[in-house]
Design a protein around this ligand. Structure first.
Ligand code: FCB
Length: 782
């Protein structure tokens, strides 16, 4: 076997964090953290606090050479400062001793987001004092563990802690203030610098920090990193790169904030919080930079785009979705961006040693009696390791690689539904079960390399040949049929094990009639022309494939095709059906639901039924668009509706109507058929009927673009004489002159919700509809 080897001494391991696995939140004097408060109650997580010995043994069995864990600040200092809780220090000493005894090198992170709640109440990270408290805490921990732990990381992903915690408020402490976010970022940097000094003073051998990296790319660059950029796109990319990366890299490694970021900080937070001497304190010599990489950030310039609260100063930058495979988080899978990143860091910060301290993926796992065959996770890690290796060959200085993460755990605001572990955890029993990815990783570590060509997957035939039985016999054994003798069964299972055979859909379905196939049914032609549909299809497919399903795309365009689809479901050739948008008078959803095959719909069904669906909040979106027109002084507003047999059209009209009625105004409707030409015609008609019309709301962007053309033809200036708002935010909307104000529907979130809904249905859980909020994107046309 040819092996793609890693450098000798390459460090292999896993990463975890205290809050996500420990539990024991009230044990032995631990104080509350901001995450206890945010999560609204104690979290048992993986109960690692009581089971750490088992977990260390598990890591030893898997051959891990290194383990990065985090120390829980409120376990050491329940009040954040002052009185030390000796029991907390004892716990980490026991953990580290167990690791050392198992031959595993500890890498300790001091801050992985669990700030003591007491410090939050005194101002938290936006307050300078928190950085000083951190330095004291660092000294206390290093004093106790410095003889056992060689490598220390001060903070983990300060961008996330500052901007997701204080900007968008999605993470604890849940604040939404750009000023707080920038101040928190500075104080996290200062904490790093003061903490690094405290660690050195306590004799720490190595000091580093861990940052999150999302190489910033335009959609076109995802497939071609060298693609030249327009000036506008280059500016958008640089702005996000400064916020997420250089805001932390440059102070730490160069002793200065990036020049292009300073005005942004000043605009949002002033610069009063940056004291003389801070940058010198922050720029401590760094032995190792921890690189966390999951996915790129995909952006492009888009005039009028409002700033994302997690990225203050990002106005005019659109965070885009791209048609690539995604994990269950919806994160695009772009392994080569890891080598791009490692090469960049080595080039721009020469001499710096790097370590990939987090990389891994959330996929929907299926637990089967013979294990958890998480092929997608294996594939994800393998591809990223290949990318890492190629950057090393090109000279990047990378010490090692740590998978995120050892155990399925508590994924912050997302709770327990995310599965990043190499090891499955049953949260009812706390039973740990290594997934295939754990065993595969153990082999990678053992040989310090990857097998050159991914091994060909053994098939039913290979197993049959090895066990000297027929295909049908293998299939029966795999499906747990009782008709096979115990001897034959054990021979077959032995062959399955030796070959690492993962039963495929065909093998399973032969007997169980479970096909693991899902039909994606598209109504055409109308919906095929809808620019949203290909994106939804792409994402739903990738997510369901990630969950081990095969996808059959079926087109519902004729009465005969409807019959065929229903027969397909009746014959149980599919386990589930996703039906894209239903129309009024369309009985397909109804007929499919009667087959008993789990069914979910994209779009609210025309008649209320028990079939669960995912939809954007069309009515609220239309109301927001109308209210925007009203708030800017428009009173004579026409509305261009789509075909009235579409449920989305009805909902958008209803939202518009409600807003107009609240303002005591009358509705002036015209109908289009979702095409540009129909929008031109409808707008022409509205303007002909009411020459003093001052605004048009079109329930679809293509019709809105048609309305822009009609306005121009009628000599009306947009927006001065006539304001125009669309719906859907299709790509072309930002490219019109003037750029179109519109309502954006959350395409990827809809796809994610749809995939999740179907998976819950397949597991037999009852589900309720999901209605996702839309967002008004104000550009120039209104
Ligand atoms: C990183 C965090 C880690 C985990 C992974 C999925 O941003 O450092 O705790 O949540 O993402």
């Amino acid at each position: 076997m040819n092996i793609a080897r890693f450098p000798e001494g390459f460090v292999w391991g896993v990463s975890t964090s205290a809050f996500q696995i420990e539990g024991g939140t009230a044990a032995d004097g631990r104080g509350p953290s901001i995450w206890d408060a945010f999560a609204g109650g104690p979290a048992d997580a993986c109960d690692h606090y009581h089971r750490y010995r088992d977990d260390v043994r598990l890591m030893k069995d898997l051959g891990m050479a290194a383990y990065r864990f985090s120390v829980s600040w409120p376990r050491i200092l329940p009040e954040g400062a002052g009185k030390v809780n000796a029991a907390g220090l004892d716990f980490y000493q026991r953990l580290v001793d167990a690791l050392l005894e198992a031959g595993i090198t500890p890498y300790a992170t001091l801050y992985h987001w669990d700030l003591p709640q007491a410090l939050e109440e005194r101002g938290g990270w936006p307050s300078r004092d928190t950085a000083r408290c951190f330095a004291d805490y660092a000294a206390i921990v290093a004093d106790r563990l410095g003889d056992r732990v060689g490598t220390w990381f001060t903070v983990n992903e300060p961008w996330v802690a500052a901007f997701v915690g204080h900007g968008s408020g999605v993470h604890a402490p849940g604040r939404r203030s750009a000023a707080d976010a920038f101040r928190a970022a500075h104080h996290l940097l200062l904490a790093h610098g003061l903490g690094a000094q405290a660690l050195r003073a306590a004799g720490a051998a190595e000091v580093g920090a861990v940052l999150n990296f999302s190489p910033v790319l335009t959609p076109a660059q995802v497939g071609d990193f060298d693609r030249p950029l327009s000036e506008e796109d280059a500016e958008a990319v640089a702005r996000i790169d400064a916020l997420v990366h250089r805001q932390f890299l440059d102070p730490m490694l160069r002793g200065a904030y990036p020049a292009d970021l300073l005005p942004v900080i000043e605009e949002h937070a002033g610069l009063g919080h940056v004291h003389d001497g801070d940058l010198a304190d922050i720029a401590q010599p760094l032995d190792l930079l921890g690189v966390n990489y999951y996915a790129p950030a995909v952006v492009q310039a888009q005039p009028g785009e409002p700033a994302d609260p997690a990225y203050p100063g990002s106005a005019g930058v659109l965070f885009s979705t791209i048609p690539t495979a995604v994990t269950a988080m919806g994160w695009p899978i772009v392994p080569n961006a890891l080598s791009l990143l490692l090469r960049r860091l080595s080039r721009e910060y020469p001499g710096l040693e790097l370590m990939v301290t987090e990389n891994g993926a959330d996929f929907v796992d299926t637990v089967t009696p013979d294990g958890i065959h998480d092929v997608d996770r294996v594939h994800f890690v393998e591809e990223h390791l290949r990318a890492l290796r190629s950057s090393v060959e090109e000279g990047a200085n990378v010490r090692g690689y740590l998978v995120w993460t050892l155990l399925d755990n508590l994924e912050w605001a997302d709770g327990y539904r995310r599965k990043f572990g190499l090891v499955h955890v049953d949260f009812d029993t706390q039973r740990r079960r290594p997934k295939d990815s754990a065993l595969w990783y153990r082999d990678v570590i053992r040989r310090n390399g990857l097998t050159e060509a991914p091994p060909r997957r053994p098939t039913l035939e290979t197993v049959a040949a090895r066990a000297r039985v027929s295909r049908a016999t293998v299939s029966r054994v795999v499906n747990g049929e009782a008709s096979v003798s115990p001897e034959v069964r054990s021979t077959v299972l032995q062959a399955v094990k030796e070959l690492g055979y993962v039963p495929n859909a065909a093998a399973r379905s032969l007997v169980t009639r479970r096909t693991d196939t899902v039909a994606l049914v598209l109504s055409v032609p109308r919906h095929a022309a809808d620019p949203m549909v290909p994106a939804v299809v792409q994402y739903v497919t990738s997510l369901l494939e990630g969950a081990g399903k095969q996808i059959t795309l079926m087109l519902a365009d004729t009465a005969e095709s409807h019959r065929r689809i229903v027969r397909h479901a009746e014959a149980r050739l599919v386990d589930g059906v996703v039906l894209l948008p239903p129309e009024r008078g369309d009985t397909l959803a109804e007929r499919l639901s009667r087959t008993g095959v789990p069914l979910v719909l994209l779009g609210r069904p025309p008649v209320s039924s028990l079939v669960p669906y995912v939809d954007a909040d069309n009515a609220a979106g239309a109301a927001a668009a109308t209210e925007h027109l009203l708030a800017t002084g428009r009173r004579r507003i026409g509305v261009i509706c789509g075909p009235m047999d579409l449920v989305a059209t009805q909902d958008r009209l209803a939202g518009h109507r409600a807003a107009m009625e609240r303002a005591g105004l009358r509705v002036r409707p015209a109908i289009g058929d979702l095409t540009r030409a129909s929008g031109t015609a409808a707008a022409g008609q509205l303007l002909g009927d009411a020459p003093d019309l001052d605004a048009i709301f079109a329930a679809d962007d293509r019709m809105a673009i048609g309305a822009l053309l009609a306005a121009r033809a009628a000599g009306r200036r947009v927006p001065d004489d006539l304001a125009i708002v669309g719906f859907d935010d299709i790509d072309a909307a930002s490219a019109t002159t003037p750029a179109l104000t519109t309502v954006r529907v959350p395409v990827t979130e809809q796809a994610l919700a749809l995939a999740r809904l179907l998976l819950s249905r397949l597991e037999g859980r009852s589900t309720t509809p999901v209605v996702l909020p839309t967002r008004l994107v104000v550009r120039e046309s209104a």
